[in-house]
Ligand binder design. Structure first.
Ligand SMILES: Cc1cc2nc3c(=O)[nH]c(=O)nc-3n(C[C@H](O)[C@H](O)[C@H](O)COP(=O)(O)OP(=O)(O)OC[C@H]3O[C@@H](n4cnc5c(N)ncnc54)[C@H](O)[C@@H]3O)c2cc1C
Length: 373
């Protein structure tokens, strides 16, 4: 018996966006989620245009355009989605980083993305809590912030066609059939795997590795920070493929709290707070904003990003497994890129016009032997 047109495994931000967009195309969607805990509940929710390569820029730019449409609607319906258009300030500590900011500005402007370079005095006026002596910043106005767990819930609840949800763990995919741990099967024409870091349990051939991150949130200090603040060094740290790195990344939440990141660590799946890494992250933050030392932190936690060898997500049909579609490997950018991921996947699955070039995201870019399992 067929239970839906499409089964989506995973109700994080990527699975929820896929279900929302597929339902918008008139399909009956069944979402299965085991509540295993995922990156969506652990991340920062910074909606940010990233431009390290053309594919990343295309995916994040297309996604931001959709977030600008979805964000205000979801927050009007459900204030807890907390979508705010605060913009990002990419901070330059010295002349070399300012030169990097200028190059980044030119690249973004070539793609029609509004941004402006700020000198040291303007930066200080906009964010007086930053330490004096920073060289300047690049302000990217369209970047925003959302509370991703609530946004995922909204996407499932406010879909154009009702989405069915079942709390259940999938343990096997066979064609269009999904087996649950209780032994029962759910059947559809297509299955979308959006299980984040857990995707390798169902598809061990996928080249996905976990990358651990630490976050800290403070008590409420409204107005201390107005923009998402990121050091320019974040970009090189974010793309390291080994070792541990930290970078200054601070987000003002609509509650008045400050959310502080970020760290990146390979080769561990231990969710415990690593005191050394947290201390490194805090020292880095204090270097940019010494006043943080006087604020009250109320919680620290960790999460795991699902990384791929080239740091781009895998979106599209599985090369060898019939009826299986992939929306995985979104690393540290999956909240941002969920909307365009969903549009691309839905266009491929239903045969509509493609919103962007699918080739950089195709699973075929990795070794086919690995994916043939
Ligand atoms: C510390 C940190 C900071 C981050 N900051 C940002 C940021 O600022 N901006 C940004 O864009 N991104 C950020 N990210 C990345 C972002 O959070 C992820 O890319 C995104 O949440 C991935 O969403 P997902 O839906 O693919 O996976 P997940 O959120 O992990 O969801 C997967 C879901 O699948 C379910 N599942 C798994 N296996 C099964 C199964 N067998 N059966 C049924 N259900 C199953 C799980 O229960 C889970 O709900 C950050 C991540 C971390 C860890």
């Amino acid at each position: 018996m067929r239970h839906a047109d499409v089964i989506v495994i995973g109700a994080g931000i990527v699975g929820a966006a896929c279900a929302h967009v597929l339902a918008g195309r008139g399909l009956h969607v069944l979402v299965l989620d085991a509540r295993l805990g995922g990156a969506t509940a652990a991340g920062m929710g910074h909606l940010v245009v990233m431009d390290d390569n053309p594919a990343e820029l295309a995916l994040s730019q297309a996604s931001l355009a959709l977030w600008h449409a979805w964000g205000p609607r979801m927050t009007a319906d459900q204030p807890g989605c907390a979508y705010t258009n605060c913009g990002t300030l990419w901070l330059a500590a010295n002349d070399a980083e300012m030169a990097g900011a200028e190059e980044k500005a030119q690249r973004l402007q070539r793609h029609g993305l509004p941004c402006e370079l700020l000198d040291a005095a303007t930066l200080r006026r906009l964010e007086p809590a930053l330490r004096p002596g920073l060289r300047g910043a690049l302000k990217v106005s369209g970047d925003s912030v959302v509370y991703a767990p609530n946004a995922a819930q909204w996407l499932l609840q406010q879909a154009p066609r009702q989405i069915r949800f079942e709390q259940a763990e999938a343990c096997r995919i066979e064609g269009g059939r999904v087996q649950l741990v209780d032994g029962s099967w759910r059947e559809a024409q297509a299955v979308v795997l959006a299980a984040g870091i857990h995707a390798t349990r169902l598809c061990p051939e996928l080249p996905i590795r976990p990358k651990k991150g630490h976050l800290l949130i403070t008590d409420r200090y409204p107005g201390v920070v107005r923009h998402q603040l990121v050091e320019l060094g974040y970009i090189s740290n974010a793309h390291q493929t080994d070792g541990t790195s930290v970078a200054f990344n601070l987000q003002p939440r609509s509650t008045g709290q400050l959310l502080l990141g970020s760290s990146r660590q390979f080769d561990t799946t231990d969710p415990a707070i690593d005191q050394d890494v947290l201390a490194r992250m805090l020292r880095r933050a204090l270097d940019y904003m010494p006043g943080l030392a006087g604020l009250n932190a109320i919680r620290t936690w960790t999460g795991f990003r699902a990384t791929t060898p080239d740091s781009l997500p895998i979106i599209g049909r599985h090369p060898t497994r019939d009826q299986l579609w992939l929306a995985v490997g979104h690393e540290g950018l999956g909240v941002t890129t969920a909307p365009a991921t969903a549009e691309l996947l839905a266009a491929q699955l239903t045969g509509g016009p493609l919103p962007l070039d699918p080739a950089p995201f195709a699973a075929q870019r990795f070794s086919l032997e690995g994916l043939a399992a």
